[in-house]
Ligand binder design. Structure first.
Ligand code: YSA
Length: 234
């Protein structure tokens, strides 16, 4: 008997997200999974002694003296892209990230993130909110509920976190989907972009969590167990 194959739900989400942001003028960019301390931390305004490094439990590669690591987030691609390209631009960067952390229903040690970056003239927090609200409306439908909370990341000022209402068999509650904010002037200066002329926003979201909200799934670990009874439902 022949069985028709299909995309893994995470690949499908990445394609859907790419097409929604593509309609809003964002281009797709990819980057390396092995990163340097410079791009993962220093160039993002997180120097070696900065307490915010504890936000990302890092898997360092040997020899430790080389300061190479498995990227803990897709944000290093903001710096790599801005070093090589002149604004204005809008990009999204999907990719695998790695963290040395215990797993639970909302945390994996290896998962996918989606980075977004827009730099132009006179960009404000209102543009960030508008773009993300439009994205969630197209991705989840007009009855989806999104909230923005003040938060802190060293590479943005101000910073926010974005939660979406998540309904599963267990009930409905807010799930954190993204960190975001206005790109910090120090990050722009680091790549030679004048913050008095250009401004912009960035965001980084969890792709598995986007899928959890879209499909009402209550455990992030289901995506990577290889259990076909789960995967074949999509
Ligand atoms: C913040 C500001 C910006 O201007 C740009 C990007 C960011 C996000 C930042 N780089 C970051 O990684 N923040 S985060 O640690 O809070 O992760 C972002 C999102 O990834 C979370 O909101 C969540 O949806 C997902 N995530 C985080 N840890 C996870 C996870 N998903 C599954 N398993 C984990 N362990």
């Amino acid at each position: 008997m022949e069985h028709e194959g299909h995309l893994h739900p995470i690949s499908r989400i990445v394609r859907d997200v790419n097409s929604i942001f593509g309609e809003m003028g964002f281009s797709l960019v990819l980057g390396p999974e092995i990163e340097t301390e410079h791009y993962n931390f220093d160039a993002l305004n997180i120097p070696a002694d900065h307490p915010a490094r504890d936000m990302w439990d890092t898997l360092w590669l040997k020899p430790l003296s080389d300061k190479n690591l498995l990227r803990t987030h897709t944000s290093p691609m903001q710096v790599r892209y801005m070093e090589k390209n002149k604004p204005p631009f809008r990009i999204i960067v999907p990719g695998k990230v790695f963290r040395h952390e215990a797993t639970d229903a909302t945390h994996e040690a290896q998962f996918y993130q989606l980075e977004g970056l827009m730099i132009d003239k006179d960009i404000s927090l209102g543009h960030l909110k508008g773009v993300l609200e439009q994205f969630f409306e197209k991705f989840l439908g007009s009855d989806s509920q999104v909230r923005f909370r003040p938060s802190y990341f060293p590479f943005v000022e101000p910073g926010v976190e974005v939660d979406v209402l998540h309904t599963t068999k267990q009930g409905t509650k807010w799930l954190e989907l993204m960190g975001a904010g206005m790109v910090h002037p120090n990050v722009l200066k680091e790549v030679g972009i004048d913050p008095s002329e250009w401004s912009g926003f960035a965001f980084g979201g969890g792709v598995e969590r986007l899928a959890m909200v879209k499909y009402g799934i209550d455990d992030v670990r289901l995506f990577h167990t290889g259990d076909l009874r789960f995967v074949n439902q999509f």
